[in-house]
Write a protein of this length. Sequence first.
Length: 410
Amino acid sequence: MFDLDKWQEIFSTISKNKLRTFLTGFSVAWGIFMLIILLGSGNGMQNGTLKSFAGDAVNAIWINPGKTALPYQGYKPGRDIIFQNSDLEDIAQNIDGIENLSARKYLSGVGQVTFKNKTGNFDVLGCKPGEKEAEQIHLLGGRFINLPDINEARKVACLGKDMKIELFGNADPIGEYININGVPFKVVGWYMDEGGERDVRRTWIPLSTHQRVFGTPNRIDRIVMTTGDASVEEANAIVDKLRNRLSNRLNFDPSDQRAIYIRNQAENFQKFDQLFTGIKWFVVFIGLGTIFAGVVGVSNIMMIVVKERTKEIGIRKAMGATSGSIISLIMQESIFITTIAGYIGLTLGVLLLEVVGNAIEGNQFFQNPEVDLPTAIYATLALIIAGSIAGLIPALRASKIEPVVALRED
């Protein structure tokens, strides 16, 4: 029940002790403000890091050929490792647990792509259909490279969004023909890739077509795959099998890290996820510690309030006031100060994160430093609980004051 007299007394006490109330509230507001800023900053760093993973599947594995650094079974170091189509077929037949197996072929330099009177330099990559999932390609129109394109070595292309806009503007490119280094290709699709500007300024064509039209038949420059729903441990086991299998086929020491370079996205993602989980817990610990310091300050202030109002409390009890009403009065004042101050700190923290987020929009490593709604709700509940704890001990002390003893207080 709303008790107007009680609230009038609380506001009267606050107005008589403005500086004390301000300093008490400031300690709580600062604690929640720092908690929000730290949590938001942690989220900003995490969002920036996750953005770097957005352009590729988190369960993807890439294998690049390198140059041997160790001698092996009579072979001298310094040999170039070369991948061929047969290596890809061998992986498909002998390594379990992989999905969306693909391979890439690059042009030397960039390709000159022409449509009517418009010309631009873009990356031209050969691939297989599995590249779509590994690269997290989102089609905006048409389709991606498919198996018939590979089997028949069709001259078809799927364009990145920026490439499409530069060559076609707002027009639909599906069915049109572009020239890549003078060779006509039919556009069958266009796409968006969150990986970055470079990823949407390229065109994908069938691997078989790339090998035939632009030279070096049978050779591939990178092997790509995903590992389905495999755990990080299972993905690492697949990586070990891949290294050993390729070592046997291409004659290099399996411990030679320079012979081939394997990037396991699942392992990298787990490392970053564990890092930011640790950062979050650290931030929560620091923030709660700061709030706790503010709560101790509130509790100490309320103890002083009880001390100052000992005689008044004694008179109340002599006139029939119950211990419950005394506890309620003290805790209500504590919760009110804590909640209002904490809400101010929460609001200022959210506003600052919003300003910072807008100021650094587009930053590659720090994006959307915000605090989600559940966190804000939990913070608010924490404030109410903190206010209750801060007022509980002084309230219990006040409730135990004997009227006779209190009336003797000077």
